[in-house]
Design a protein around this ligand. Structure first.
Ligand SMILES: O=C(O)CCC(=O)C(=O)O
Length: 289
C-alpha cells in the first residue's frame, strides 16, 4: 500500500497537534459522500428534527434554528461507512497509533449557506492525555474550506497545561484576535488530523458556501485502558470497524487496494457480517458513576 504520510509528517503532527493530508478521496467517492450528506442536510434543514443525532444552534440574525451537526455518519450513510474502511485513512491511523486502535465515534459538522454557526475555541480533551497522540480526529473535507469558514488551530497547544489552555476554553473563536492561530484551509477530498488536545475552533459565517466536515475519531487501546467502559464496548467498536472495512469491499469505487488489514487485538472484536446500530448497541468508553 502506498504510504500517504511519512515520518516527517508524523513528527509534525506530534509537535503541532494538526496535520493536513491532501487528496485522500477520489472523485467518485467524494461525489457519493456529497450526495448522501446533501440528502441528510435537506432533511435536517426542512424543519428542526428530533431524530437522534441532529443538532441545531440558534441563528443570531433570525429567530430560527440552524443545523450545525449530525452525529454518527456511519449509521445513516453507507458512503460514510465505506469511508470509515478507507485503507489509506486507516493506514495513517495505524502509523500514528500502532496496530491497536478503535474508532469511538463519528459526526458531520456543518457551516450552512447563509449562516454557519461558530464553534468556540476548545480542546476536545485535556492534558491528562499526555505523551504521543492517543486520541485524535481524522477530519474529512467534503467541500473546500476557505479562510472565512475553515477551522483555526493554535499550533503546539496540544502540549500546553490545562491551566494555560483554560483561557481559551469556550472563548468565541475570533481568529483575527489570536496572532498564533493558523487557518486550516482545505480542498474537498483532503483530510486534516487534529489531536484532541490542540486548541481549535471556527468563526460564525455569513457567506453562501456550504462546508461539510466529517470527524472520525480514533483512540489507541492504551489510551482507553484506564477508563471504565460499558460491557463489551471495545469488542463492539472493533467489530464495527471490521464491518466498515467489509462494507468498503462492496463499493464500486475505482481503486486498486480496497482493503486495510485491521489487526487490533481486542477480545470479541472479530469480524461479523451484521450491521450494528451504534445508538443502542455499542455503549460508551467512559462510564461516569
Ligand atoms: O468544523 C468545525 O468548524 C469545528 C468543529 C469542532 O471542532 C467540534 O465540533 O468539536
Amino acid at each position: 500500500m502506498k504510504e500517504l504520510i511519512n515520518d516527517e509528517d508524523v513528527a509534525f503532527f506530534r509537535a503541532n497537534g494538526y496535520l493536513k493530508v491532501a487528496g485522500i478521496l477520489a472523485a467518485d467517492e467524494l461525489k457519493k459522500l456529497q450526495e448522501e450528506t446533501q440528502e441528510a442536510i435537506d432533511y435536517g434543514t426542512a424543519e428542526v428534527r428530533t431524530d437522534p443525532g441532529y443538532r441545531y444552534g440558534t441563528s443570531t440574525t433570525a429567530s430560527r434554528e440552524i443545523l450545525t451537526r449530525i452525529e454518527y455518519v456511519t449509521n445513516w450513510s453507507m458512503a460514510g461507512r465505506m469511508l470509515m474502511g478507507h485503507p489509506g485513512l486507516l493506514r495513517i491511523v495505524e502509523q500514528i497509533s500502532g496496530r491497536d486502535f478503535v474508532s469511538i465515534g463519528d459526526a458531520m459538522v456543518l457551516k450552512t449557506p447563509g449562516e454557519g454557526a461558530p464553534v468556540a475555541w476548545h480542546r476536545d480533551h485535556g492534558a491528562e492525555w499526555n505523551g504521543t497522540p492517543q486520541n485524535y480526529n481524522v477530519d474529512i473535507y467534503l467541500d473546500d474550506a476557505t479562510e472565512e469558514n475553515c477551522v483555526w488551530a493554535i499550533p503546539g497547544s496540544n502540549h500546553w497545561s490545562d491551566e494555560r489552555a483554560a483561557a481559551f476554553q469556550q472563548k468565541d473563536c475570533l481568529p483575527a484576535l489570536e496572532k498564533d492561530a493558523v487557518p486550516c484551509e482545505m480542498k474537498a477530498g483532503d483530510i486534516l488530523l487534529h489531536d484532541a488536545r490542540v486548541i481549535h475552533g471556527s468563526a460564525r459565517t455569513t457567506n453562501d458556501a456550504l462546508r461539510r466536515t466529517f470527524y472520525y475519531w480514533f483512540y489507541s487501546l492504551t489510551a482507553l485502558a484506564p477508563f471504565k467502559s460499558t460491557p463489551g464496548y471495545m469488542g463492539k467498536r472493533c467489530k464495527f470497524l471490521h464491518q466498515c472495512i467489509e462494507a468498503r469491499k462492496q463499493s464500486t469505487y475505482d481503486e486498486d487496494d480496497m482493503s486495510f488489514d485491521y489487526r487490533a487485538d481486542v477480545p470479541g472484536g472479530v469480524p461479523d457480517e451484521d450491521v450494528s446500530f451504534v445508538y443502542t448497541e455499542h455503549g460508551t468508553w467512559n462510564v461516569r458513576d
